[in-house]
Design a protein around this ligand. Structure first.
Ligand code: PMP
Length: 394
């Protein structure tokens, strides 16, 4: 019997259970399964970036960098966004380097959400959003999108707003659906934000992972939204180094100062060697990104074609490392959790049930997400197993 927990059972706003990603990765490891669940690629980013990190580990700097980030990385992030998205962030005042996008999200939400504030959370939602809103004392106001289109509907968004609403959390491109928001959806977000004087936290960590190289249009680029948007990015996604946890939040000086004030008491700084390497990558490896996109496109096509050939109904995916299958349309009567449990335990492949990106009752349970950013041999091995799984389960 375990001793009673000091301080009572953890009854706070952060769930005690581990995330679905951690859970499925552990289950995949235990079962010796191919892990197409948690989002990490087989690749490991440009060699020059890894070499820069190794050099900096040996030669330094080793000590606390400035709280907002190294000069080199602040300049590189500003330069990257000016060159690729036409955004004008001042490195001196508008950018805060964080320990991953997760910390940027936490710092932004804790800085901007006051107790009792409503925050619009669009489902399917990245799993950190609602718990962080609650930790800040806010109330998650869910807008639930429907498969297979997963489009944001203006009337639905408008209907979710109450007098308490203060902020909209937007993810674009979207994990888990792989969608890129279109101009109508962005206009709906803008109009609702303007009509109700709302702030926007724009989680754009997947901005460079666009297999078709269709342009990413940041909400921060809309002049009508000036002063309202905190844009969040992640080197983990850009350079395929997810474990490095180097991210940033970019916003007009006043908002950025509030995010920085929160960041200084969360992690204060991020490893200087990794900041140095990411800065160098942003300055010198823009051409690597084009190759990365082509490689991601090839992996996506390989997995999508193979799944379709095995009888799975594959939903369209324009961005991220993910694609989804519709179980019901694939002739599989199991729900997503049951299917993921069966394929990891009996067939040796891990996926993620998309219902994990929702809260409450009546959520979609027919969609499963797979990570396609894997080596051809990994994808082929997974496809062989998934084909057998469909024969067994359909
Ligand atoms: N937001 C979204 C939508 C993500 O998919 C992820 C990573 N999977 C993050 C934030 C977190 O990024 P990081 O690893 O840089 O903390």
């Amino acid at each position: 019997m375990s001793a009673p927990e000091a301080g009572g059972q953890a009854a706070g706003p952060i769930p005690v259970k581990t995330t679905i990603f951690e859970f499925m990765s552990a289950r995949a490891a235990a079962a010796g399964a191919i892990n197409l669940g948690q989002g990490f690629p087989d690749g490991a980013g440009p060699e020059s970036v890894r070499a820069a990190a190794a050099r900096a580990i040996l030669e330094g700097p080793h000590h606390y960098p400035r709280m907002r980030g190294t000069d080199a990385l602040l300049a590189a992030v500003a330069g990257q966004y000016a060159a690729t998205q036409g955004l004008a962030f001042d490195p001196a005042t508008d950018i805060v380097v964080t320990s991953g996008a997760t910390e940027a999200l936490a710092a932004s939400i804790l800085a901007l959400v006051r107790p009792g504030d409503g925050v619009i959370v669009i489902e399917p939602a990245y799993d950190a959003y609602a718990p962080l809103v609650r930790r800040a004392g806010g109330v998650a106001q869910f807008v639930r999108l429907k498969p297979p289109g997963w489009r944001i509907d203006r009337a639905q968004l408008e209907a979710a707003v109450t007098p308490a609403t203060r902020l909209i959390l937007v993810n674009d491109p979207v994990n888990p659906t792989g969608r890129m928001l279109d101009a109508d959806e962005r206009a709906a977000i803008r109009d609702v934000a303007l009509a109700h004087d709302l702030l926007i936290v724009a989680d754009e960590v997947w901005e460079e992972v666009r297999p078709e190289a269709r342009a990413h249009v940041s909400l921060a680029a809309d002049p009508l939204l000036a002063g309202r948007v905190v844009k969040i990015g992640s080197a983990g996604k850009i350079f395929q180094v997810t474990g490095w946890k180097v991210g940033w939040a970019c916003a007009p000086a006043g908002l950025a100062a509030r995010v920085a004030a929160t960041h200084q008491f969360l992690t204060f700084t991020t490893a200087p060697a990794l900041q140095q390497a990411v800065a160098q990558g942003l300055e010198t490896e823009r051409s690597w990104l084009a190759g990365m996109r082509a490689e991601v496109a090839a992996g996506r096509a390989r997995l999508a074609d193979g799944l379709a050939a095995a009888g799975y109904a594959v939903l369209p995916s324009e961005a991220t490392w993910f694609l989804s299958v519709d179980l019901a349309a694939s002739g599989i009567a199991l729900d997503d959790v049951a299917f993921c449990t069966r394929i990891v335990d009996d067939h040796g492949v891990a996926g993620i049930p998309v219902s994990a990106f929702f809260e409450g009752e009546g959520v979609p349970t027919n969609v499963v997400r797979f990570c396609h950013a894997k080596a051809p041999a990994t994808i082929d091995a997974a496809l062989g197993r998934l084909a057998k799984a469909r024969s067994a389960l359909a």
